[in-house]
Design a protein around this ligand. Sequence first.
Ligand code: NAG
Ligand code: NAG
Ligand code: NAG
Ligand code: NAG
Ligand code: NAG
Ligand code: NAG
Ligand code: NAG
Ligand code: NAG
Length: 492
Amino acid sequence: MVGTLGPSSSGKYNIHHRRWIPASLLSYRTLFIALWIVGFSSVAIWQRRSAEIVWSSRRGPPKPAPLLRPRAFNLTDFGAVGDGVTLNTVAFEKAVAAISRLRRSGGGQLNVPAGVWLTGPFNLTSHMTLFLEEGAVILGADDEKLWPLMPPLPSYGYGREHKGPRYGSLIHGQNLRDVVLTGHNGTIDGHGEKWWKKFRQKKLHHTRGPLVQIMWSRDIVISNITLRNSPFWTIHPYDCKNVSILGVTILAPVSNAPNTDGIDPDSCQDVIIEDCYICVGDDGIAIKSGWDQYGIAYKRPSTNILIRNVVLRSTVSAGISIGSEMSGGVSNVTVENVLVWDSRRGVRIKTAPGRGGYVRNITYRGIVFHNLRVGIVVKTDYNEHPPDGAFDPRAVPAVESITFSGVHGRGVRVPVRLQGSAEIPVRGLTFRDLAVGLAYKKKHVFQCAFVQGRVLGAVFPAPCANLDLYDERGNLVRPSTTPNITDVDYDI
Ligand SMILES: *[C@@H]1O[C@H](CO)[C@@H](O)[C@H](O)[C@H]1NC(C)=O
Ligand SMILES: *[C@@H]1O[C@H](CO)[C@@H](O)[C@H](O)[C@H]1NC(C)=O
Ligand SMILES: *[C@@H]1O[C@H](CO)[C@@H](O)[C@H](O)[C@H]1NC(C)=O
Ligand SMILES: *[C@@H]1O[C@H](CO)[C@@H](O)[C@H](O)[C@H]1NC(C)=O
Ligand SMILES: *[C@@H]1O[C@H](CO)[C@@H](O)[C@H](O)[C@H]1NC(C)=O
Ligand SMILES: *[C@@H]1O[C@H](CO)[C@@H](O)[C@H](O)[C@H]1NC(C)=O
Ligand SMILES: *[C@@H]1O[C@H](CO)[C@@H](O)[C@H](O)[C@H]1NC(C)=O
Ligand SMILES: *[C@@H]1O[C@H](CO)[C@@H](O)[C@H](O)[C@H]1NC(C)=O
């Protein structure tokens, strides 16, 4: 009997039981006690082992940085002090200057050791690897006098919050190629609290700066680091090509940290965002391409973007957004194997008359929602326009060819809200294998207006009357006669 009972099915424990416990004493009670002792002591051993692992990872010698370029420097070589108080802007600038001299011989690597390295904004250079060792924290100085002002982004015409110039980013780059920000999970901390507070009190005169902004560049890798408390958007690749963001953790308070988007690919092509964890005060990821007439004139789309294996949380906005600034167009986006949890919205496409451009050929596949207000959202009246009021209301965006397959989850109030309009109808939608459990038992939780598209096979909740119904094999079961019927209720 002993041999078949309990968690201790390994031969070793069974032999011990047989030898040490006389058969006459093998009542259920002694058996229970014996198993309890075995169980308890194995938990104790496990706890001591895991404590040792934690202890050694905190106290043991730090993992050395691998050599990823022909030459590596230590930040301390340039006089930096990692005490959290000394300002190290000059050390970073000297290190970048030293690396910029190596561009013909494969570039250079800057290792940032454990410590808290306070710095004002600085610029990167091409063929550079910034390596944040375990326990390294680059801490942004929050005195705005240290932050240089830059002209507005051409595709926005304005700072997003104020007209005229905007603050640059803490870590910045323009016209670069081959830049890597990586590490043993060291941290870039934007020290955002003061910025957020001043923004709320309307004490800032310029648009806040992102934490990392790389413009007009290519072959960029950001991997295996943590970014937190950005003053504004966290990672902002602008008009870049070939950007990989892998194994990155992005954190900001989920409330009262305004506009702390996680990653905003903006007029970029060939972007991959993979294996990331993002929990922030605004959109987790927001794909953009410029704002109204400025974005239409700049005309640079975001295209060929893959987002895969990502966990997101946003209690203010959405896990993954497209827009609302999308005037250069957004196409060829795949979102795959993504979890959005305890958030306001899951995935959202937002636009408005005046944007122009298009959102087209977007695929969502293998999406899980846990505890959201709204799961899938299309919003076509997101009327935030540049303050000159000069947008062209006849510039209407096209929203079309959007596929959702394998969307599951639970605890969602409104799984689908697709609000097209007479001016901006949503066309070419496909739903397949949607099964999202509801938070409340309500009707009208698959809401539509001016939506044309199809449902393949059974979905839950029952689809709106705007969509054509097909069976699993693609045979038309019931064509919709009412693609424009409006059933959208924001009060649920
Ligand atoms: C960098 O310099 C610091 C201070 O001199 C030193 O403790 C650390 O070991 C150095 N790291 C490397 C990789 O050389
Ligand atoms: C970084 O480079 C840009 C473009 O040349 C410049 O406007 C900005 O002032 C530089 N930032 C710093 C901190 O030097
Ligand atoms: C990196 O650090 C963040 C913040 O401390 C942590 O949440 C995350 O689990 C770490 N990632 C890895 C791979 O250790
Ligand atoms: C993209 O960038 C990576 C990293 O720099 C590089 O290895 C790769 O060759 C680039 N791909 C293309 C197509 O340029
Ligand atoms: C990230 O870290 C993992 C685990 O240490 C490593 O295998 C991987 O090569 C790293 N990836 C990049 C792109 O730095
Ligand atoms: C979308 O991607 C496909 C394949 O990667 C490519 O052939 C097509 O040109 C892309 N479309 C756009 C608009 O970039
Ligand atoms: C749509 O996007 C997918 C994935 O990015 C791509 O494979 C496909 O070729 C694109 N189709 C068109 C018509 O651009
Ligand atoms: C639905 O609205 C679209 C866009 O406004 C329009 O082109 C179409 O004729 C309308 N269809 C019906 C059946 O009313």
